[in-house]
Design a protein around this ligand. Structure first.
Ligand code: G3P
Ligand code: CA
Length: 255
C-alpha cells in the first residue's frame, strides 16, 4: 500500500478522524464526518453494526442508549426504527436531529472526498457481516478501484481473516487493546498473514514497537489521541497515521 503524503505536512502521517471529528460533533454522524472534512482529515473512522432487518448501520455501541434517545440493542431494531432516533442531542442540543447513518449513506457521501477506515465493531454478533460489507463496497466499485482509500479493521482477528479471504486486495487492520505484555513477534508473524496494519491502543506505542511492526512489513495507526500533548508527542514518531477525536490537533487548519 502506497503511503499518502500530507499537504504541507513534513512527515507522511495520516490523520484519521475517530468516529468523525467526534471531539466537536456527535460521533458517527454526518455532522462529525463533515466536520472532519472541514478539518482536512485524510480518513474518517466509522463503526458498523447490523440492524434487525440486516442493514449496515454506523454506530459504535451494540446498544443505542449512550448515543441516542432510544433504548435497546441495535440488532433488535429495524433500520427505520434506528433512523427515527435522535443521535445528536446527547452531545449538544445544537445537533438535535442528527441520525444514525447507514453504511450506504456514508458510501454515497465520502469515498471521493476522503479515505474510510471501516471497523467491524462486534462481528461475532452478526454472522455474515463481512460478506455484507464486501457486497456494499463491491456494488460501488470500491474493491477494484483503489483510488478511494478503504481499510477494514477489527479487534476480532477471526473476522479479519474471513474478510481477507473474501477480499484479499482490501487492506486489513488488526486493532490491539492495551495489555502490559505488549505485542509479541509471534503475534506480528500471525497478523502479517492477512493484515497490512497493526492498530494498537496508544499506551502500547514505543519506538521499538513501531520499528518491529515496520520490520514485519505492516503499518501502524494507533488509537485514540484526545489531547494536544499526546498529539505533539506522536507527531514526532514514525507512525503511519494517528486516530484522533480532534483532527486539527494533527493537521492544523490552514487559511
Ligand atoms: O480506530 C480505533 C478505534 O476506533 C478502536 O476503538 O472503541 O473507539 O472503536 P473504539
Ligand atoms: Ca472504532
Amino acid at each position: 500500500i502506497k503511503k499518502i503524503s500530507h499537504r504541507g505536512q513534513a512527515k507522511s502521517m495520516l490523520t484519521i478522524a475517530h468516529r468523525g471529528a467526534s471531539g466537536y460533533a456527535p460521533e458517527n454522524t454526518l455532522a462529525s464526518f463533515d466536520k472532519a472534512m472541514d478539518m482536512k482529515a485524510d480518513f474518517i473512522e466509522i463503526d458498523l453494526q447490523l440492524s434487525k432487518d440486516g442493514k449496515l448501520m454506523v454506530i459504535h455501541d451494540d446498544s443505542v442508549e449512550r448515543t441516542t434517545n432510544g433504548k435497546g440493542n441495535v440488532r433488535d431494531l429495524t433500520r427505520r426504527e434506528l433512523q427515527a432516533l435522535d443521535a445528536g442531542s446527547w452531545f449538544d442540543p445544537v445537533f438535535a436531529g442528527e441520525r444514525i447513518p447507514t453504511f450506504d449513506e456514508v458510501l454515497d457521501r465520502y469515498p471521493q472526498k476522503c479515505g474510510l477506515l471501516i471497523e467491524l465493531k462486534s462481528p461475532a454478533l452478526y454472522p455474515g457481516i463481512e460478506q455484507k460489507v464486501y457486497d456494499a463496497l463491491a456494488g460501488r466499485g470500491l474493491i477494484e478501484n483503489r483510488e478511494p482509500k478503504i481499510i477494514v479493521q477489527s479487534f476480532d482477528t477471526n473476522s479479519m481473516k474471513l474478510f481477507h479471504d473474501i477480499a484479499p486486495t482490501v487492506p486489513i487492520g488488526v486493532l490491539v487493546k492495551f495489555t502490559p505484555k505488549g505485542i509479541s513477534n509471534a503475534q506480528l508473524e500471525e497478523f502479517k498473514k492477512y493484515a497490512n496494519y497493526v492498530n494498537p491502543n496508544k499506551r502500547l506505542v514505543t519506538k521499538k514497537l513501531i520499528s518491529r511492526i515496520h520490520a514485519h512489513d505492516m503499518k501502524i495507526i494507533p488509537y485514540t489521541i484526545r489531547d494536544r500533548r499526546s498529539a505533539n508527542a506522536f507527531l514526532q514518531l514514525d507512525l503511519d497515521g494517528i486516530t484522533t477525536d480532534f483532527p486539527d490537533y494533527i493537521k492544523p487548519a490552514k487559511a
